[in-house]
Design a protein around this ligand. Sequence first.
Ligand SMILES: Nc1ncnc2c1ncn2[C@@H]1O[C@H](COP(=O)(O)OP(=O)(O)OP(=O)(O)O)[C@@H](O)[C@H]1O
Ligand SMILES: [Mg+2]
Length: 276
Amino acid sequence: MNTNLTVSFSVLSGKGGVGKSNLALNLCYGLHQMGHTVLLVDSDLGLANLDVLLGISPGNDLQDIFMENRDPADILISIGPAGSEGFDLLPANSGVTAVIDLDQEAHALLREKLNPLAERYDFLALDIGAGISPSALGFGAMTALRLVVVTPEPTSLTDSYALMKVLSTTYGIDDFSILVNQADSPAEAKRTYARLSAVCQRFLGFTPEYLGGIRLDGAVPEAVRKQRPFLQVNPKSPAALDCMQIAASLHTTRGTLLANEAVSVPLRASIPSRKE
Ligand SMILES: Nc1ncnc2c1ncn2[C@@H]1O[C@H](COP(=O)(O)OP(=O)(O)OP(=O)(O)O)[C@@H](O)[C@H]1O
Ligand SMILES: [Mg+2]
């Protein structure tokens, strides 16, 4: 049986500020708590901020892979609870304009450099910048799973619809997992998903999967101010409980893939049908 499967997932959104970075960090934290090894990559190259969410100041970053031909393994930072292993961050620099939008060639180089490292982990998570830039789309097309974060606001719904539409027309991708964040209740999360999935079905011809809802919760901004994951600061908060449920679903997905002896490189090649 293949026990070395790395399941990659990107965390995407159409609209900015919907909670991608916080969810990416906390889902990874939850997966690590469940005994998984996890590599989290800050793939928001323009406005990276996972380092800020963790209160750390990395010396090197992802951009050095391009600018100084550095090996990703040299850039890793261990971010698990003190004394633990197997939860690492590849940080990125914010405000470096030289490496913001990766073209196809840069994506291919990054994939080549990241895959040998990522193969050592159970999960590889990419926290992506908001919107439909070629860079965000290229990252989203490389992962096995795409978690699309949406809030109940109509603008977030329309923007996430646009994101899925562009990924579908440009890359032929039609499998997405919806995460409804900042919902007042589990029922509102499900209603939001139902609305989005109905338009996808009608106009795009596919139905995205419902991965779960995360409630609007003051524990999230409180943890941001403390610069620690909300799962660590307040593990019993509604957002933390919801997040653990979603981590459990990802754990189950990996179990199913393992049982089916699925084999795949962590990041796959992605070639747009139209020029990016
Ligand atoms: N479930 C939640 N409850 C309350 N506040 C939340 C929740 N999720 C996220 N937030 C708040 O939303 C803000 C934006 O979160 P975050 O930075 O994770 O979003 P993002 O989608 O990564 O943004 P960007 O598009 O700029 O990368 C944060 O201030 C955070 O505290
Ligand atoms: Mg972010």
